[in-house]
Design a protein around this ligand. Structure first.
Ligand code: ADP
Ligand code: MG
Length: 579
């Protein structure tokens, strides 16, 4: 084939492919333009998951009549003038690519009127070209309707998911922008049904209530209230959910850099790390993290959709996020309290598709017992010292045992139910950490040292961690190729099935040393703890309560499972209709 210059229409369609991947990309670009135009109200209406039509209307500054056609040309923008402006950016857009890209792959109608102008203009585009042009009277602002998306690009259509999925992506986009801009009133209607409507009050908590419902919103804590985080240059704000509110994937961690919605696996990890030890394995938190970073320290021009940004000092931001979230959690992490869900009115979640709402009859939340300031997770191993523990639980009076599994106790504020296994696990975990840090580990020498046979893969893991194992009370000596002699075990495991515990430990390959150590301690605590379903004597239960009153984080077991909950007198009064 000879070399030819491509037709401009072909070039436009190819370029559009980078920016407009699916219907939600159109919504994202149009909403960003509306925000950049200073709109205080943005209404999004879609039909058929955006494939039939998308309409975004705003009350922003509008486009001058004379500029209307220019706005649809490639690289036409009012947001920057030269390259350096990109590093002092205070708008979401700057590439001048969105409108021409949409026109290249859909039919578009725009009407706009600039603030202060007498009348506005209207234009229609078909097949990438101007089809109609005229003037009209309207209030200031802009409305753009997009129809027949990707009809001219059948290959792209084939890649799209169901309309339902596309609608969910759109809801996600609008929810994220509503979260980043609580002062803007957003509405989203899908197939004629309003699925999101924010108040524009400026309060993030109001937006979260619309998106996630009352139950979640009232369990979200303000990060800034607890000191925020970061250096003078980096400011972290936002809200995080109490550990009792969990999700099964990490899509509910929203990140914004200078109010731009971004994706970053590293920063998601920073948030998850801050919850370490408070959530069950496989569970994820809900969080909104706003990062304010000087524009000169970030590069937003690394991706056509600008969904990723390069941060000059990412480690600093990582640390600031982690600290801010952890601080907020440590100040607020409550003992789970039983509340009636009938008082929580039901709000349709904005993005149902991958949103599994938990609506048990009895839900858990609470805020009245604060947790001491010690950290959790491996940091705790380092920083734990004898003066840190502080009585957090009130003194509890034993009432009895329920189902051979729960300890029932009375506290000054109500009835306490304690998961005996989870609580004992927490007690032993903290005991092991304390003993290790003070080098006062209590070990049990085995009268008859036992041999321990393992697979070659397990042996490989074991040989790299012999040091950590001996620090935690397991003295092992090599005895042939895949066999070890065990001389001592931690005394919490004496008489327990420590062999199965060691095997479980060795299944976890690839852990870093710090994680290995913590995992080892958590597993020892788990295997050493009283079982769920085990009958306990009154003395044993009293002793367990007394020890639980001394621990640092009584709410959860080391894996994040709740260890206790409180049914307050106030709640009892409500349930029995006495108040
Ligand atoms: P960019 O946002 O990168 O500048 P776009 O193609 O998205 O590029 O938009 C081109 C220009 O059209 C913008 O710079 C802006 O001046 C104008 N524009 C687009 N949408 C709107 C809107 N909703 N309100 C006001 N002006 C708009
Ligand atoms: Mg734009």
């Amino acid at each position: 084939m000879p070399i030819v210059l491509l037709d401009p229409q072909v070039i436009a369609r190819i370029a559009a492919g980078e920016v407009i991947e699916r219907p939600s990309s159109v919504v994202k670009e149009l909403v960003e333009n509306a925000i950049d135009a200073g709109a205080t109200q943005i209404a999004v209406e879609v039909m058929g998951g955006g494939l039939e039509s998308i309409c975004v209307a705003d009350n922003g500054c509008g486009i001058a009549l004379d500029d209307l056609e220019l706005a649809f040309q490639r690289h036409a923008t009012s947001k920057i003038q030269n390259f350096d402006d990109m590093f002092a950016l205070n708008t979401l857009g700057f590439r001048g690519e969105a409108l021409p890209s949409v026109v290249a792959v859909a039919d578009v109608e725009i009407s706009s009127c600039q603030t202060g102008a007498v009348g506005g203009g209207k234009m229609e585009f078909r097949d990438g070209k101007v089809f109609k042009k005229g003037s009209l009277g309207r209030s200031h602002g802009t409305s753009i309707s997009v129809a027949h998306l990707f009809q001219s690009v059948p290959a792209r259509l084939k890649f799209l998911k169901s309309r339902h999925t596309e609608a969910a992506h759109i809801a996600m986009v609008v929810s994220q922008y509503a979260t980043a801009y609580p002062e803007v009133k957003f509405t989203l209607a899908s197939d004629g049904k309003t699925s999101l409507s924010t108040t524009g009050s400026g309060r993030l908590s109001d937006v979260l209530m619309q998106i996630y419902g009352l139950e979640v919103a009232r369990n979200m804590f303000d990060i800034a209230q607890y000191g925020g985080g970061g250096s003078a240059a980096i400011k972290i704000s936002g809200m995080v959910a109490a550990p009792a509110i969990v999700r099964s994937n990490n899509n509910y961690i929203s990140l914004f850099v200078n109010r731009r919605w971004v994706t970053s696996r590293r920063l998601v990890y920073a948030v998850e790390e801050a919850y370490h030890g408070l959530l069950m394995i496989g569970k994820h938190p809900i969080a909104v993290i706003n990062m304010e970073i000087p524009p000169s320290d970030i590069d937003v021009n690394i991706h056509p959709t600008k969904s990723e940004v390069k941060i000059k000092d990412e480690s600093e931001v990582f640390g600031a996020v982690q600290r801010a979230v952890r601080q907020a959690l440590m100040q607020t992490a409550p003992v789970s309290t039983v509340t009636e869900s009938s008082t929580a009115y039901h709000l349709e979640p904005a993005y149902q598709a991958n949103f599994v709402q938990q609506r048990p009859i009895v839900t858990m939340y609470g805020q009245h017992v604060s947790v001491s300031k010690t950290m959790m997770g491996y940091d705790a191993l380092q920083s734990f010292s004898s003066q840190t523990p502080r009585a957090i639980l009130p003194a509890l009076r034993l009432l009895g045992q329920l189902h051979n599994s729960y300890i029932v106790a009375e506290g000054p504020d109500g009835l306490y139910l304690i998961d005996q296994h989870a609580a004992h696990e927490r007690i032993l975990f903290e005991k092991l950490i304390r003993e290790r840090n003070t080098a006062q580990l209590s070990v049990q020498a085995l009268l008859n040292p036992e041999t321990f046979d393992i697979t070659p893969a397990q042996a490989a893991v074991l040989s790299t961690h012999l040091g950590e194992l001996s620090q935690s009370g397991f003295l092992l000596e090599e005895f042939g190729a895949n066999s070890y002699i065990v001389r001592t075990v931690p005394s919490v495991l004496s008489g327990k099935n420590w062999k199965s515990m060691l095997k479980e430990l060795l299944e976890t390959t690839g852990k870093e040393n710090s994680q290995f150590m913590e995992h080892l301690m958590a597993l020892s605590a788990c295997h050493g703890a009283v079982r769920f379903g085990q009958m306990l004597t009154e003395d044993e239960m009293r002793e367990l309560l007394r020890q639980l009153e001394q621990v640092d984080l009584p709410n959860t077991c080391p894996h994040g499972r709740p260890a206790l909950m409180c049914l307050t007198y106030e709640q009892l009064g409500k349930e029995f209709k006495r108040v």
